[in-house]
Ligand binder design. Structure first.
Ligand SMILES: CC(=O)N[C@H]1[C@@H](OP(=O)(O)OP(=O)(O)OC[C@H]2O[C@@H](n3ccc(=O)[nH]c3=O)[C@H](O)[C@@H]2O)O[C@H](CO)[C@@H](O)[C@@H]1O[C@H](C)C(=O)N[C@@H](C)C(=O)N[C@H](CCC(=O)N[C@@H](CCC[C@@H](N)C(=O)O)C(=O)O)C(=O)O
Ligand SMILES: Nc1ncnc2c1ncn2[C@@H]1O[C@H](COP(=O)(O)OP(=O)(O)OP(=O)(O)O)[C@@H](O)[C@H]1O
Ligand SMILES: C[C@@H](N)C(=O)N[C@H](C)C(=O)O
Length: 461
């Protein structure tokens, strides 16, 4: 980005006199002083601590100006300051201004699972023809979305933005913040169901992503999900469905999976075989969503085919890596919820292996009073003929341990407390041989990435 301070001050409703600094040029923004680049605007946010206390660190890292939502008397002397009432709102207002200035077409993606993967796939396909800016990693909330907007280069033609939520109203806000031209819902699962109670209410909240859609906007959604089909009937915008069902506008046909890649054809382009460098039928759905979006923007299917084949995916989403002793690790440690676990277990249990298959499952968080039943319910997705040993981590996983003791008493199952990741890692290192495969999946808050790092024999990520 490149804006002068005067422009920024007007966009955020500055309440101080900034005239002497009006021509200071800003080329980036950061809310963490440690991430500031020279020429950056520091945006002090309040988390556990008050970000304002890091202003000197911001200046040391190259900040040329700062927002300030505190008494001006506490601001740094002789340094460009824009005083605002609320720095988070100022960040959001600045993003909305910058978005209108660059004026890209906006594709917004949400869903209980698959947001990040689908975002990466859509960006890869659109990048074959357009200048694309996409969400960095998982920056998908009321801070992450404005940061994504402000990361756009001036020549950005397409903005591909991931939107997350764990409460009603959040997607309504984010959708109205960026006014998408096209909105995608990947699927409805059980993520954050603790705060909704039912999948119906999750679907209601996910549909909020259409609230910012213009009348000529487009809604792309998983046509296999009845909760979305029901709700899409209320929309006037053009709709495109994708999924496995043959009645979808874009349906997968002839899916063939291997450990490291999945191929499929579609009803729209029956003579074209698509390949994605990842495991799982569920990722075919993510690819279908991306193909549907590419088709809206007239990307040739052959170009989309090539883009999917080499898509650069965000780490720890069913990513194959090697352990220090050569065993194959399927790292799916970013997050977890029941549908995601069942999907990846189904795929992992079919992968060819010469040694044994091990599974490490960490607690699935934010499931509320359904947690015990949902953890026990995973037992049906664990095939003792395919899996040699199940390692469970966290208090909720005791319910799965008990269910497996009844369902498959012969299956080796070991349970660890959340604090015992070092012990778990040591036990795994003692068991794994180069011929084995191991799946790691757990909620963000269980931090199985620590086990991953131990098995890769690298410093904790
Ligand atoms: C509020 C905030 O700024 N949080 C960030 C902060 O965390 P924390 O509060 O622990 O930091 P501190 O108290 O230490 O610091 C306070 C501020 O001071 C800054 N600072 C600190 C030290 C220093 O030396 N210099 C500094 O300037 C600091 O940056 C703070 O601003 O700091 C962390 C480290 O920078 C940040 O990671 C943290 O950011 C939070 C996680 C955040 O929301 N970041 C967004 C950019 C984002 O999108 N993060 C995503 C995860 C989003 C997510 O969880 N999405 C959910 C769905 C949506 C749920 C929604 N309700 C929500 O709350 O998110 C999902 O399921 O996907 C990501 O990180 O991947
Ligand atoms: N379409 C899908 N259906 C079911 N599960 C999926 C789907 N896509 C991905 N997953 C599962 O969800 C995990 C996270 O994928 P991804 O990060 O793309 O989703 P996300 O919605 O961004 O997740 P989060 O909300 O945790 O950031 C994957 O590793 C996989 O286990
Ligand atoms: C990534 C974050 N929003 C999230 O989903 N947290 C849950 C509770 C987790 O820790 O898995």
């Amino acid at each position: 980005m490149k804006m002068q301070l005067a422009e920024i001050a007007h966009a955020v409703g500055a309440i101080n006199d900034f005239e002497e600094w009006r021509s200071v040029s800003v080329t980036s923004v950061a809310f963490d002083s440690r991430h500031l680049q020279p020429g950056g605007l520091f945006i002090p946010l309040t988390g556990e601590q008050d970000g304002h206390k890091f202003i000197q660190s911001a200046i040391d890292h190259g900040a040329v100006a700062t927002l300030w939502a505190r008494d001006l008397a506490t601001a740094p002397a002789d340094f460009p300051v824009i005083q605002v009432a609320d720095s988070l709102k100022a960040l959001q207002d600045l993003a909305q201004y910058y978005l209108s200035k660059i004026n890209p077409r906006v594709v917004a993606i949400t869903g209980s699972n698959g947001k990040t993967t689908t975002k990466d796939m859509i960006a890869a396909i659109l990048s074959t023809q357009f200048n694309v800016t996409k969400t960095h990693a998982n920056f998908n909330n009321e801070i992450g979305v404005p940061m994504t907007v402000l990361s756009m280069e001036p020549n950005t033609e397409m903005l591909v933005v991931e939107m997350g939520m764990d409460r009603p109203g959040q997607l309504d806000f984010l959708s109205k913040l960026v006014s998408p031209d096209l909105a995608v819902i990947t699927m409805i699962g059980e993520a954050h169901i603790e705060f909704f109670g039912t999948r119906d209410r999750i679907a209601d909240a996910k549909m909020e992503i259409t609230h910012g859609l213009s009348d000529d906007g487009i809604f792309v959604y998983n046509g296999d999900e009845p909760l979305l089909q029901e709700r899409s009937a209320d929309l006037t915008q053009r709709q495109i469905t994708f999924g496995q069902g043959t009645d979808n506008d874009l349906a997968a046909t002839d899916i063939q999976g291997s450990a490291t890649a999945t191929t499929f054809t579609t009803n729209q382009w029956p003579d074209l075989t698509f390949t994605i460098p990842m495991i799982g039928t569920y990722n075919v759905n993510n690819a279908l969503a991306a193909l549907a979006v590419g088709n809206v923007y007239r990307i040739r299917p052959e170009s989309a085919q090539k883009a999917l084949q080499t898509v650069n995916l965000t780490e720890n989403r069913a990513e194959w890596v090697k352990s220090a002793n050569g065993a194959a690790i399927l790292s799916d440690v970013y997050n977890s919820n029941p549908t995601a676990v069942k999907e990846v277990l189904a795929a992992f249990s079919k992968t060819p292996v010469t040694g044994k298959r091990y599974v490490v499952l960490g607690d699935m968080l934010e499931l509320g009073d359904q947690a015990n039943a949902m953890h026990a319910g995973l037992a049906a997705a664990i095939d003792p003929a395919a899996i040699s040993h199940v390692y469970l981590v966290g208090p909720h996983m005791v319910a799965l341990q008990q269910a497996l003791a009844k369902q498959a008493p012969e299956l080796a199952v070991t349970h660890y407390e959340s604090a015992d990741l070092v012990t778990l890692s040591a036990d795994l290192q003692a068991s794994l041989t180069p011929a084995d495969q191991i799946l790691l999946k757990g909620s963000h808050g269980i931090h199985l990435e620590q086990v991953l790092a131990a098995l890769q024999d690298s410093p904790e990520k």
